[in-house]
Write a protein that binds this ligand. Structure first.
Ligand code: ADP
Length: 802
């Protein structure tokens, strides 16, 4: 049951239980007490009324007693007592209806009249001298005071109420025996008008009503149970009247009294109570009055010194009305206070439970993985502290969850990446968790295999089972923290999967007892197969390498032989060229020499002169060609050794310029020099460097029709090596970019030079290149067709000795 509902039930019960219990325990006794109090109060009024009536009668009794003891009456002399009594009647101011004096023989006198013929006695006709005297001998008061008073006692009595024979009025007589010298001589009675009694009762009723706010119903009975007073006037003694409201008279011309007795009452309760009532006892009874349809309570008490009983009938509801009012108001108060208590309890339950409910909801949200805002419950009370603690806990849990999630993600990714299967064997329960990948590795789906160690071992290849069991036992029994073992497991399709199994032992941190064995499986089948393939390939590769190595050996030997042959052929060629050049130069020098002499010494006709000069020119050209060929051949054959010397390159340039001066002048070109210094010393073969400069300059002159030629020399360090750069630039015909790669090939002459019919051998540049490279340098060219060229060389200034 929820706390709020529990509190909503328990608190009101706790609050209301004492209220209801006290109500249930006290209310009946309280009600009884109140009822008794109300009844006692009622009866008190009845008692008061009885006392009042009794005291009235007592007062009269005393008065009557005094009369009886007075000498005036003791003489029983009518003449004497008559004026006295009349005066007394007047003095009573109507209280005494009449005063009667009875004689021992039943005759009587009274204050109302007298028959003078009978000595004052009352007669049926007081004016008639022969009238018969009336008697009171049958009256109870005469009987009590005279008739039954054989012992001559001074009896004082109150008569039964009666109806006057003479007046018809209801009356009661209080009578006393007149004793004279211990002799009973008569009686004196005072007649009280019954209306006076009724007036007293009425007064009592009014007093009661004003005090109690309800009207009691009084009745007064004589000893015989006759109602002499009754709230219902019809039940009280009254004179019989006919339908015309005329008094009905009997045969003696006397009025007829109609009486009712309590013995006539039909309810059983009345009948039961009639005897004690008539015996002048006190009492009370309650009954349900059918006619009135309600409970009535009848109380009765004797009126002292009289033979009457006074009764009072009250309606129970009326006398208990204040009680019922009290009950209603106390019930209302109890009810209201209960409702108030209930509401307070509910409010309290809600107030107590609400923060707990909020915290409970908050905790449930946390449990579901959410992080709702903390309910506004922070404070110094316990709930606030609980909320703060819960929030701190949530924060800690969130952080741990995040860390755990991160860790799990990493683990998951790592597992996915590694494609490893995971198993977790609980050594206490023998339950084994197999991850989906673990199962998939063996071809099984989730929940297809029982999750226990038996499954694990039953799938291990029989040949590997011993080693596997041994590894596991090492961990479980010898507490080895880790094992790593390779084995095969049976795949669902009947094949075997090569597994690399790694496991870690997890022990109880307190007792150190082994609890779990957690491990991973890696499918090594592919690697295993690859390994097999690699081994096979290695084996075949080895044999292939052996045969290839053999083939290469053979080829290498062949190539070496061919190289030797080529080298020998090249050497033979160079030797041949050197020999041939020598053989050619000797006769050629002779031809040129003789031709020169002939031209100097002979005077020849112009045709012969031209022919001879052509011989000389062609001879020189041929000689140059042979020299170049010879140089090239010597360089290629490696038979050239540089004779390095230290000289000034600027001076060598000057020398070259002066040697070539005739050619320059012949073409009318301008020659510029651009030397960064007047002394740039190098260590090189002076002869070859001079030949290089001459070749560059002669080419520039040859291929420049007009303009200028510039010879530039400057120091230039390349790749950290101190060197010198020499460049010859011209404003000549230039070279097509496409032709530049071919420039340094042997016998390579470009179309432009042939087109311009410029003499050449195509060996100049290759010689320059090879000579420069012999010096450890390099040659370069840049040119623009139609605008000029720049050929340059770079050589180290201080090369290491060869
Ligand atoms: P050649 O004896 O023909 O001059 P080279 O080997 O000296 O032989 O030159 C090769 C070719 O390079 C030449 O035929 C010419 O076409 C071209 N050449 C060389 N120097 C120049 C230059 N300064 N200007 C233009 N072309 C040149």
């Amino acid at each position: 049951m929820r706390l709020q509902r529990k509190l909503s039930i328990v608190l009101p019960v706790m609050v209301l239980l004492p209220v209801v219990a006290s109500l249930l325990l006290t209310l009946p006794s309280l009600l009884k007490q109140q009822r008794n109090t109300a009844l006692e109060q009622t009866e008190q009024f009845l008692q008061q009324a009885a006392v009042k009536l009794a005291s009235d009668f007592s007062a009269i009794k005393r008065e009557v007693s005094i009369y009886a003891h007075s000498e005036t009456l003791q003489g029983m002399d009518y003449q004497r007592f008559s004026p006295f009594l009349k005066a007394e009647k007047l003095r009573s101011k109507g209280r005494f209806e009449k005063i009667i004096v009875g004689t021992l023989d039943g005759g009587f006198y009274n204050t109302e009249g007298a028959n003078p013929y009978l000595g004052g006695l009352r007669s049926f006709d007081d004016s008639d001298p022969n009238a018969q005297a009336r008697t009171i001998a049958r009256r109870d008061y005469w009987q009590a005071t005279i008739g039954s008073n054989s012992r001559n006692e001074a009896v004082v009595t109150v008569s039964k109420p009666m109806v006057s024979y003479t007046t018809g009025a209801q009356q009661v007589v209080i009578a006393a025996s007149i004793i004279n010298d211990k002799q009973l001589v008569g009686m004196i009675g005072v007649s009280i008008d019954w209306d006076h009694i009724k007036g007293t009762i009425k007064q009592i009723k009014e007093d009661t009503f004003s005090a109690l706010n309800w009207e009691p119903r009084f009745f007064l009975t004589s000893k015989d149970g006759v109602y002499w007073y009754h709230w219902d006037a019809n039940k009280a003694v009254h004179l019989k009247r006919d339908t015309n409201n005329q008094l009905v008279l009997n045969a003696d011309q006397q009025t007829i009294s109609v009486t009712h007795s309590l013995l006539e009452e039909t309810p059983k309760a009345w009948r039961l109570a009639s005897r004690p009532m008539m015996s002048q006892k006190k009492g009370r009874f309650r009954y349900f009055d059918q006619r009135e349809d309600r409970h009535l309570i009848v109380s009765f008490t004797p009126i002292d010194d009289t033979s009457y009983s006074l009764g009072m009938v009250v309606v129970e509801d009326e006398i208990l009305a204040p009680l019922q009012k009290l009950l209603a108001s106390s019930t209302a108060i109890y009810g209201l206070s209960s409702i108030f208590s209930l509401l307070m309890a509910l409010w309290l339950a809600r107030k107590l439970a609400s923060p707990l409910v909020q915290l409970s909801n908050y905790a449930n949200e946390l449990k579901d993985g959410h992080r709702p805002p903390l309910p506004p419950l922070r404070g110094n009370n316990e709930v606030g502290q609980l909320a703060t603690a819960l929030d701190d806990m949530a924060q800690a849990v969130t952080e741990r969850q995040e860390r755990l999630q991160l860790s799990e993600e990493r683990f998951s990714l790592a597992m996915q990446g590694a494609n490893d299967g995971v198993w977790d064997w609980n050594l206490n329960t023998d339950h084994v968790y197999f991850s989906p990948r673990w199962l998939d590795m063996l071809g099984y789906a989730s929940a297809e295999l029982p999750e226990d160690a038996e499954t694990f071992f039953s799938l291990v290849h029989p040949d590997d089972a011993g080693l596997t069991q041994q590894s596991v036992d090492q961990c479980v029994y010898n507490r080895a923290p880790y094992y790593r073992v390779n084995f095969r497991m049976l795949h669902k399709d009947g094949s075997h999967v090569h597994i690399l199994s790694r496991a870690y032992l997890v022990c109880d941190p307190e007792t150190g007892a082994p609890r779990r064995l957690v491990g991973t499986h890696v499918d090594m089948t592919e690697q295993h197969n690859q390994q097999l393939r690699i081994e096979q390939l290695n084996n075949s590769l080895e044999s292939r390498v052996q045969s290839r190595t053999h083939e290469l050996e053979v080829a290498k030997n062949k190539a070496q032989n061919l190289q030797h042959q080529a080298e020998a052929a090249n050497s033979a060629k160079s030797q041949f060229l050197a020999n041939m050049s020598h053989e050619l130069r000797t006769p050629l020098n002779s031809i040129i020499g003789f031709t020169g002499r002939l031209l100097n010494k002979l005077e020849l006709d112009p045709r012969s002169l031209d022919a001879l000069q052509a011989v000389e020119n062609n001879g020189k050209h041929l000689l140059n060609l042979i020299n170049d060929l010879l140089d090239t051949a010597r360089i290629e054959s490696g038979s050239i050794t540089l004779r390095r010397e230290d000289f000034c390159l600027i001076e060598l340039c000057q020398q070259a310029l002066s040697q070539i001066q005739p050619l320059i002048e012949g073409k009318g070109l301008q020659v510029n020099t651009d030397f960064s210094s007047s002394h740039i010393r190098v260590r090189a073969d002076r002869k070859y460097i001079l030949q290089i400069i001459l070749n560059l300059l002669s080419n520039a002159i040859k291929y420049t029709l007009e303009g200028s030629i510039t010879l530039a020399v400057n120091n230039s360090t390349q790749q950290g090596i101190e060197g010198v750069r020499l460049a010859v630039s011209d404003t000549g015909i230039g070279i097509d970019q496409r032709d530049i790669p071919r420039l340094f090939e042997r016998f390579s002459r470009l179309d432009t030079s042939r087109a311009n019919a410029i003499q050449g051998t195509g060996l100049g540049l290759i010689l320059i290149k090879e000579m420069v490279e012999l010096h450890g340098g390099r040659a370069e060219v840049s040119s623009t067709l139609g605008r000029g060229s720049c050929f340059s060389i770079w050589i180290p200034r201080w090369p290491e000795e060869d």
